[in-house]
Design a protein around this ligand. Structure first.
Ligand code: SF4
Length: 525
């Protein structure tokens, strides 16, 4: 074996409740695409999916140390406070005398490449941006028997140059995505066994420019939405359907629809292909509210659309403007209503708190959620009510917001990647902290029924519907009462207020959980 592509395990982090913001779904097929391109070019490759196999770092290191390979490419994810785990695994490999070239790729290394190469001498290079062609060039270069051109000449590859200075030349993203081979799915049976949906990447990038999003900056300066042709996507789906019996798909695109009329027409062409070939499939995708319109949605639903993730972000006009969402609250409402008319209960991207939130914007968000009647399931409600904007390197907001909060107990090697901030309005900051405690308590006590990161469902332990409704109502009532308290009192931001209220409200949530399912809840105390 010449090249190993590693998907390391991703240990959960009970402090951070966001399951997907650190690991964009649109990266989930990178490894498969790199693998298929290497194979197409006659380079031997193995995917080591430690995460899928539930391997510990030690198990992964032991497995790799028994292998012989020239290049190890690691899909690195920002794991919040546990990011160091990846680097410890790699230094463990070096201690076991693995001398192969080690390369990192993915969103996190793309934006943190300088810091990574400066701090970790055991990492030889970082692939910046789209990984396929850069890793192919790297593998070819390392495998060449002849005089190799220096790695520093490979576009898209960041390396330490002369004197240890980090050198990097950007690479343009692939123009015609139809030219890429379909992704390698070596582990497809394991995915199926775990109930993980089959992902399809139909497009890359987005025509939006939201200030909190790094999906476009990942592709470099020339960033725009690029779609595979409907026929090319259909061919891949049809192969998986006919040969592997797969009937449930999810598009991992940042934005399923391309811009304007052409974007919707492409989606319709895909729907017509599914219908013309009588494919009995279901599928889902993620998109912006302004792309939801009846003509295309009706055909997509007929073709099997059952699941839509809508990036609403806010129910407050001022926040939508600040986030440069280029959407109105009315457009968000219309999209939800239209999807519901077609029998689709969407899931949502929603930012309750951002650095410039005011009590008015929080109130607008809350009234929006109530009016739309989308807080019906406690796990969803807890997420909607507390979600706070994260500010990662690569996002436009990262450029404009200097860190204001010193990192306590955080490893400085990784601290450049995320800006921690206090909400400008101190009362909103306090309110956010209390609500985060409460929702965090509820989420930690709740059985996990749906994994946002894998779209895998498990049977609910808490299946009693009246218990679910009671917990849901408790969360909504706590939010409503606390918000009203903050709206009618001054100087609510003292640490004492936070402590007392958090303690009392957490107790309330625990009490409800205890009465819902005593046996299950006790296990978490
Ligand atoms: S619409 Fe979604 S994917 Fe596009 S820039 Fe905004 S947040 Fe990112």
């Amino acid at each position: 074996m010449t090249v190993i592509l590693l998907e390391p395990s991703r240990p959960g982090n009970p402090i951070r409740l966001e399951e997907v913001v650190n690991a964009p779904l649109s990266a989930c097929l990178f490894t498969g695409y790199v693998s298929s391109l290497l194979q197409k070019n006659a380079i031997g490759v193995e995917i080591v999916h430690a995460r899928l196999r539930d391997w510990s770092s030690e198990q992964t290191a032991t497995y790799l140390s028994q292998k012989s390979f020239r290049l190890l490419c690691v899909h690195a994810i920002y794991l919040w406070e546990k990011t160091r785990d990846i680097f410890e695994l790699l230094s463990n490999l070096r201690e076991r005398n693995i001398t192969a070239h080690i390369n990192l790729y993915g969103y996190y290394p793309t934006f943190a490449y300088k810091n990574i190469l400066e701090c970790f001498p055991g990492i030889d290079s970082v692939t910046v941006g789209e990984p396929e062609i850069t890793i192919l060039d790297l593998a070819r270069c390392l495998l060449s028997e002849e005089d190799v051109s220096p790695l520093m000449n490979i576009p898209g590859l960041a390396v330490r140059g002369n004197g240890g200075k980090v050198v990097f030349h950007p690479r343009s993203p692939v123009c015609d995505l139809d030219q890429l081979p379909f992704p390698d799915r070596q582990d497809i049976s394991l995915y199926q066994k775990k109930g993980i949906v089959t992902y399809i990447l139909g497009s890359r990038g987005c025509y939006g420019q939201c200030t909190f999003c790094y999906l476009n900056p990942f592709y470099g300066k020339i960033n725009q939405w690029r779609g595979r042709s409907a026929k090319n996507i259909f061919d891949e789906v049809f192969g998986l359907y006919a040969e592997d019996g797969i009937t449930n798909f999810y598009f991992s695109d940042a934005n399923f629809f391309g811009p304007g009329k052409a974007g919707k027409e492409r989606a319709m062409t895909l729907a017509e292909l599914f219908l013309a070939h009588n494919l009995e499939i279901s599928f889902g995708f993620e998109c912006r509210a302004n792309d939801i319109e009846e003509h295309s949605i009706s055909r997509l639903v007929m073709a099997g659309l059952t699941n839509v993730f809508l990036g609403l972000e806010s129910g407050d006009p001022a926040s939508l403007k600040r986030l440069k969402k280029h959407l109105t609250v009315e457009e968000n409402k219309k999209a939800i209503q239209l999807l519901q008319e077609y029998g689709i209960e969407p899931t949502y991207g929603f930012i309750m708190f951002e650095p410039y939130s005011t009590l008015k914007s929080v109130r607008n968000n809350f009234e929006f959620l109530k009016e739309m009647d989308i807080m019906r399931i406690p796990a969803v409600t807890a997420h909607l009510l507390h979600h706070r904007q994260t500010i990662f390197q690569g996002t436009p907001d990262y450029q404009t917001m200097l860190p204001e909060t010193p990192y306590s107990g955080c490893d400085m090697s990784f601290s450049h990647y995320e800006t921690l901030y206090l909400i400008k309005d101190q009362n909103v900051e306090t309110f956010s902290e209390i609500i985060t405690h409460v929702c965090g308590t509820a989420l930690s006590l709740m059985p996990k029924t749906f994994d946002c990161a894998t779209h895998a469902s498990t049977e609910s332990v808490l299946s009693n519907t009246s218990a679910l409704a009671m917990l849901n109502n408790t969360l909504i009532t706590i939010f409503a009462n606390t918000l009203q308290y903050f709206e009618t009192h001054e100087n609510t931001h003292s640490p004492k207020v936070i402590e007392e209220m958090s303690h009392r409200l957490n107790h309330e949530v625990r009490g409800v959980m205890e009465s819902c399912n005593p046996l299950h809840t006790r296990a978490f105390y």
